[in-house]
Design a protein around this ligand. Structure first.
Ligand code: PGA
Ligand code: ZN
Length: 428
């Protein structure tokens, strides 16, 4: 039984305020929930409640959300059975009463939801992945790891937000990290040699200094070759275009600021399809804006049988939007972020809906992260298959990659790994 629920303000990887929730059970067992925060957020995401007083933490403090946990949510949930995760999440959804959790704040609700999940696992004395997924969860995720970070995470030095690698040829989870380590450091060496090393972006990838967006592909493929790999074999390129950030709703056009080029939706999809033909690209996230369904349709029809087409801002982990995307066959993969929707139960339901459609879910961190590794357990519990956490540097990122190593050890011979074989599903 839940005895008390407390909350307080902590700080994320950008030093911005966020919320931590502490749930204490009658037995004395505790569970914590640490809430992440995005920068290139989608317009359909659940609401992150910030106080907005510009004299206090530049408007970013979360004291109202903290207050909502301590008063309304605590009152509603104290005495509740901690093992009833879906019941608890439903109480909060109904208490909030809005479609986007704007009343209590999705950050307040998610902090409690995650803390309850952690408290339940601790009370059972099992790891979180087992508490969430029973003995079914055993698939170690294939990582998608950022090498160069642009867009909203690097003051728009490139328009494309993430240039990532997926170790498509790795035989096990440990080898995905070895391949990524080698490619990441080779890319850093290349940038240093060319006097293009300007430090790291928000998620730990290199800060880009390029004349064009496309120039980044040269560094990526060169880094793979220098590390001893064949691009497209052991390691492949993945992109997050985050196209909603490049889109002008009124004119229906996309803009590359770096090159000052404007594109109609047709021209923009043609460019991305051309990139897929020229470079060893295995995955593209948000290739079109979250309202440009025509753009999604064109790119998915052209390359969706061999390239993973991922909806992040398009779906915002929202069941209604994912259902609509599946009906339209707009993509073949869904990025899954707990704080886009605001409860653990709805997040797991979104993963299940994605899998039932034969699509690929990718559990993801945010650009503003914490020292928490909840999402690793979520990925294993649901057999999601893929994990996106940012780059291979900085402890708020490494804590996640390392946690999967620990889970691999704990699972022992039960651990499964599909790696790049996941993508054979796209051809169906
Ligand atoms: P965000 O970026 O956390 O800033 O939204 C991550 C992403 O777009 O995948
Ligand atoms: Zn994204």
């Amino acid at each position: 039984k839940i005895e008390t629920i407390d909350a307080y303000q902590i700080y994320d990887s950008r030093g911005n305020p966020t919320i931590e929730v502490e749930v204490t059970l009658a037995s004395g067992t505790k569970g914590y929930g640490l809430v992440p925060s995005g920068a290139s957020t989608g317009q359909f995401e659940a609401l992150e409640l910030r106080d907005g007083d510009m004299h206090l933490f530049r408007g970013k403090s979360v004291f109202q959300a903290v207050g909502n946990v301590r008063s309304k949510i605590a009152t509603a949930l104290c005495g509740h059975d901690v093992f009833d995760q879906s019941g608890i999440d439903l109480v909060m959804i109904e208490l909030d009463g809005t479609p986007n959790k704007a009343c209590l704040g999705a950050n307040a609700i998610l902090g409690v939801s995650m803390a309850v999940a952690n408290a339940a696992a601790a009370e059972k004395g099992v790891p979180l992945y087992e508490s969430l997924g029973g003995t079914e969860g055993s698939l170690l995720p294939l990582p998608e790891i950022q090498i160069i970070g642009g867009g909203a995470h690097a003051n728009w030095r490139t328009d494309v937000q993430d240039f990532l690698v997926i170790a498509t040829g790795a035989k096990n989870y440990a080898e995905t990290l070895e391949i990524t380590f080698n490619v990441y450091h080779a890319a850093g060496d290349i940038m240093r040699e060319r006097n293009k090393y300007y430090g790291l972006a928000d998620e730990g990838g290199y800060w880009p200094e390029f004349e064009t967006n496309e120039a980044a592909f040269g560094v990526l493929t060169e880094a793979m070759v220098r590390a001893g790999y064949t691009p497209g074999k052991e390691a492949s390129i993945s992109l997050d275009i985050a196209a909603s950030d490049l889109y002008d709703e009124t004119t229906g056009t996309y803009h590359f600021r770096l090159e000052d080029r404007r594109f109609t939706s047709e021209e923009f999809t043609s460019l991305l399809i051309e990139w897929c033909e020229k470079y060893p690209i295995i995955s593209i996230e948000d290739p079109a804006a979250d309202t440009d369904w025509g753009g999604w349709d064109r790119i998915n029809r052209a390359v969706g049988h061999r390239v993973q087409i991922v909806g992040d801002d398009l779906f915002t982990t929202n069941l209604t939007r994912i259902r609509e995307g599946i009906r339209r066959q707009a993509a073949n993969s869904v990025l899954i972020k707990l704080n886009q929707i605001g409860t653990v139960t709805e997040t797991i339901d979104a993963i299940r809906m994605t899998q039932e459609a034969g699509w690929l879910p990718i559990v993801s961190a945010r650009s503003g992260e914490t020292e928490d590794a909840f999402i690793c357990h979520l990925a294993v519990a649901t057999n999601a298959g893929q994990l996106k956490v940012g780059s291979f540097a900085r402890s708020e990122r490494m804590v996640k990659w390392n946690e999967v190593l620990r889970i691999e050890r704990q699972l022992g011979r039960r651990a499964r790994f599909e790696g790049g074989n996941l993508f054979t599903q796209l051809a169906r």
